[in-house]
Design a protein around this ligand. Structure first.
Ligand SMILES: *[C@@H]1O[C@H](CO)[C@@H](O)[C@H](O)[C@H]1NC(C)=O
Ligand SMILES: *[C@@H]1O[C@H](CO)[C@@H](O)[C@H](O)[C@H]1NC(C)=O
Ligand SMILES: *[C@@H]1O[C@H](CO)[C@@H](O)[C@H](O)[C@H]1NC(C)=O
Ligand SMILES: *[C@@H]1O[C@H](CO)[C@@H](O)[C@H](O)[C@H]1NC(C)=O
Length: 300
């Protein structure tokens, strides 16, 4: 009796999981960027993150990096929806903060780069404990960690008219989906199945190996940020829209079936963006929580 009861609940949970999986840079992508970042935190930043994480995270930032996606359809949090992306005018393959960073009602700063500045500024007020703060710094940390991932997903900086590929219906092999979802989830999921034994940790380790080997000479360029705000999301958004034009939108016309050619040529772009998201999230948190003045950090 108890056994069959549990298996029923188990099946309902699996179903719910499947339903909940329709999200941005999917759960896997966010887990990967945050996991990569965790490995690169300074002592000061790691200590602050530990204080600010909610208890149920058990000290693991990666386990809660999808929180902003889980809440955004909830009435109370609906205002946060536009903070996950930024749109450029149709067919413009560049990004400009002043032109593009607003929501559909035209309210300035309500976009992913504006939110990164906002939550960085809030975290700069951290004084060593989570309580007695003007802002909820637990929320600020989770939003910042999530949005630094999103800004690296090329189609989170896409065209207004097609909502960053959301209205472009395509087939991913035999499954009907849309182009945005292909870049949030499908490429990563297919890569896990095809190359990484269906194990996200194995995929993350392969990306981490590249960070310390093939890409090690690029890391200081990726991390470069001498802005007084200690966050530099604008160049990341510029890169994303350029990659969206060059790789995501290219050959992805409505109704098309995308398969091996598209998958194998775009996967390296996705893996590099996950790496850059992780390295830059760590860099941003390290600058925010550094006890040294900014001039010394940027000279390092
Ligand atoms: C900044 O953060 C606060 C607290 O979460 C939020 O109410 C506000 O809408 C945010 N603004 C932007 C532009 O992200
Ligand atoms: C901060 O936000 C988290 C997540 O929304 C919430 O669980 C927690 O109670 C908040 N903390 C305070 C002090 O309001
Ligand atoms: C590692 O880097 C090489 C060279 O840039 C690239 O071809 C390969 O796809 C990368 N692999 C991963 C897992 O990032
Ligand atoms: C480093 O970033 C600053 C802005 O923070 C920019 O002005 C400068 O050109 C960048 N340097 C390199 C080498 O990319």
């Amino acid at each position: 009796m108890v056994g069959s009861g549990f298996s029923f609940i188990g099946r309902v949970l699996v179903l719910l999981q499947l339903l909940i999986r329709i999200h941005a840079w999917g759960k896997e992508g966010h887990h990967a960027t945050c996991k990569i970042a965790e490995g690169l935190l300074s002592e000061d930043a790691a200590a602050a993150v530990k204080v600010l994480l909610p208890k149920y995270a058990n000290g693991d930032l990666a386990s809660v990096c999808s929180w902003p996606d889980e809440i955004k359809h909830n009435y109370h949090w609906r205002w946060s929806g536009p903070l996950h992306y930024v749109d450029t005018p149709d067919f413009r393959c560049n990004y400009e903060y002043c032109r593009d960073c607003h929501d559909t009602a035209g309210r300035k700063d309500r976009c992913v780069t504006g939110a990164i500045y906002n939550y960085t500024m809030q975290l700069m007020t951290y004084k060593g404990s989570a309580s007695e703060q003007k802002y909820n710094l637990t929320e600020a940390l989770l939003f910042l960690s999530h949005f630094l991932g999103d800004v690296h997903q090329p189609l989170h900086v896409g065209f207004l008219g097609d909502e960053g590929g959301n209205t472009i219906t395509v087939r991913w092999y035999r499954r009907k989906t849309n182009l945005h979802h292909v870049w949030d989830n499908m490429i990563i999921e297919s890569a896990m199945k095809t190359f990484y034994n269906s194990d996200l940790e194995v995929m993350i380790q392969a990306i981490q190996r590249n960070i310390t080997e093939d890409w090690s000479s690029d890391i200081s360029l990726w991390e470069n940020c001498s802005s007084a705000s200690r966050a530099c999301p604008d160049p990341y958004a510029s890169e994303s829209i350029r990659l969206a034009c060059k790789y995501a939108y290219r050959n992805a016309t409505p109704g098309i079936t995308l398969s091996d050619d598209y998958f194998l040529s775009r996967l390296p772009v996705v893996e590099r963006r996950l790496a850059q998201g992780g390295v830059r999230l760590a860099g941003t948190l390290n600058r925010i929580f550094s006890t040294k003045p900014l001039t010394l950090i940027s000279a390092a």
